[in-house]
Design a protein around this ligand. Structure first.
Ligand SMILES: Cc1cc2nc3c(=O)[nH]c(=O)nc-3n(C[C@H](O)[C@H](O)[C@H](O)COP(=O)(O)OP(=O)(O)OC[C@H]3O[C@@H](n4cnc5c(N)ncnc54)[C@H](O)[C@@H]3O)c2cc1C
Length: 389
């Protein structure tokens, strides 16, 4: 087989790249390890920056999002019972869109199907080759046969555990990592959200987040021990704990119901440098991870896709190679700022096991500063709605 761009990984980064390239007349093949049903069953991110919303418009897949998504002009921050609002619209003129990653992925699959794209599922043993030559290729197993896909470029959109990052030699690869000593227990329930905006809450019992997917689908999280499993938490125990961690007036309004999904995610900050090697480019979780507190995981994947898509189209249409050569540098400049913001939000709002009284006073002072300073709120808001590409 031959294509122009071989894309490894059919998550949001790989599919969005494939769709944007298609719109610009560049061919690609997507190789995905899992079945489509599996990819679509993963409950993950739900807050989209304006940059990603614009990319979805550019990719021609925004119709359902525009109809069903919810524009959020602000968010609530709580410290114990004290709660205040950050007004994104007033502070930045912008907003975020609440629309689930699962829906983004479904819209992308439908668009790729409609265009007759090649998206191959349940590929195993995917391996990129000859990355520093002008003729890279990928080998893999599919439906019992060995395949070879020749291409001009390879996009590694294969998530944190994928094989592409490992192809960058250890002599040039640097990895930066921070693992947080807690996880997030997330529950999805078919209940109306407790508020029409998200509530980020720091309480003496630990962090909680009240989020949503639509008017009758709520997503709630509480900080938990890394050793916990979802089976350790009955629905009642989860709701009781959530109520104790959010302001009383919100707890009184909370509508509970059976969980339809319950999972625990560990929290990690991670960056790989560089994000390219020869003719292979990493996008999204393949190159970096953020703790979800700042809602940046999917959004940083999208910003990588934005830079790579434009660079590849400039190469094919105008023979311009500037964007290709500087991809890693350009993408990383924005990634590190999203890493800083996600780390800051996480540090501001969680209780750490070894936290001293001094550390807690520092958190209180940081939250009070955010509450009363327009400058601090503007800095928070412009990062939350997304720094410009
Ligand atoms: C449990 C969980 C919860 C999350 N919650 C949030 C959240 O609330 N908010 C937020 O902003 N972000 C969240 N994130 C992060 C966000 O979902 C990711 O940043 C986003 O999915 C990144 O997209 P991606 O396409 O780069 O990677 P992925 O979505 O991981 O997609 C990578 C794809 O590559 C495939 N793949 C892997 N290995 C191979 C291989 N060898 N060959 C072929 N294909 C392969 C995988 O099957 C997958 O489909 C969460 C992540 C996880 C894991």
């Amino acid at each position: 087989m031959r294509t122009q761009v071989a894309i490894i990984g059919g998550g949001p980064a790989g599919l969005l790249l494939s769709q944007l390239l298609h719109k610009a007349g560049v061919a690609s093949v997507v190789l995905e390890r899992r079945s489509r049903e599996y990819v679509l069953s993963r409950i993950r991110a739900g807050v989209l920056e304006t940059g990603l919303v614009n990319l979805m418009h550019e990719a021609g897949i925004a119709e359902r999002m525009d109809r069903e998504g919810f524009i959020h002009d602000g968010t609530l921050i709580a410290n114990g019972n004290d709660q205040f609002r950050i007004d994104f619209k007033e502070l930045t003129g912008s907003h975020v869109m609440v629309y689930g990653q699962t829906e983004v992925t479904r819209d992308l699959y439908e668009a790729r199907d409609a265009a007759g794209a090649t998206v191959m599922h349940e590929c195993s043993g995917v391996k990129p080759h000859d990355l520093t030559t002008d003729a890279p290729y990928v080998t893999f197993f599919h439906e019992g046969a060995v395949h070879r896909l020749d291409c001009d470029f390879i996009a590694g959109c294969d998530g944190f555990h994928g094989p592409c990052r490992q192809e960058i030699p250890l002599s040039v690869r640097r990895e930066f990592e921070k693992v947080y000593p807690f996880g997030w227990l997330g529950v999805l329930s078919e209940t109306p959200p407790v508020d029409n905006e998200l509530i980020y809450s720091n309480s003496e019992r630990g962090f909680a987040l009240c989020s949503m997917r639509n008017a009758n689908l709520s997503r709630y999280y509480i900080q938990c021990q890394l050793s916990d499993t979802p089976d350790d938490w009955t629905d009642d125990a989860f709701w009781d704990e959530l109520r104790r961690r959010i302001p009383e007036e919100a707890a009184d309004r909370l509508v509970t119901g059976p969980s339809i999904e319950k999972s625990i995610a560990p929290l990690r900050s991670f960056v790989c440098e560089p994000m390219q090697w020869g003719r292979m480019f990493l996008c999204g979780d393949a190159a970096h991870i953020v703790p979800p507190t700042g809602a940046k995981g999917l959004n940083t994947a999208a910003s990588d896709v934005n830079y790579l898509w434009r660079a590849l189209v400039a190469w094919y249409n105008d023979g311009e190679r500037g964007g290709i050569d500087t991809y890693s540098e350009t993408a990383l400049a924005r990634i590190w700022k999203a890493e800083r913001f996600s780390w800051w939000m996480t540090t501001l709002l969680h209780r750490l096991p070894e936290q001293s009284e001094f550390d807690i006073r520092m958190q209180d002072a940081d939250i009070a500063y955010l509450q009363h300073s327009t400058a601090a709120q503007t800095a928070m808001a412009e990062n939350y709605v997304g720094l410009p590409y």
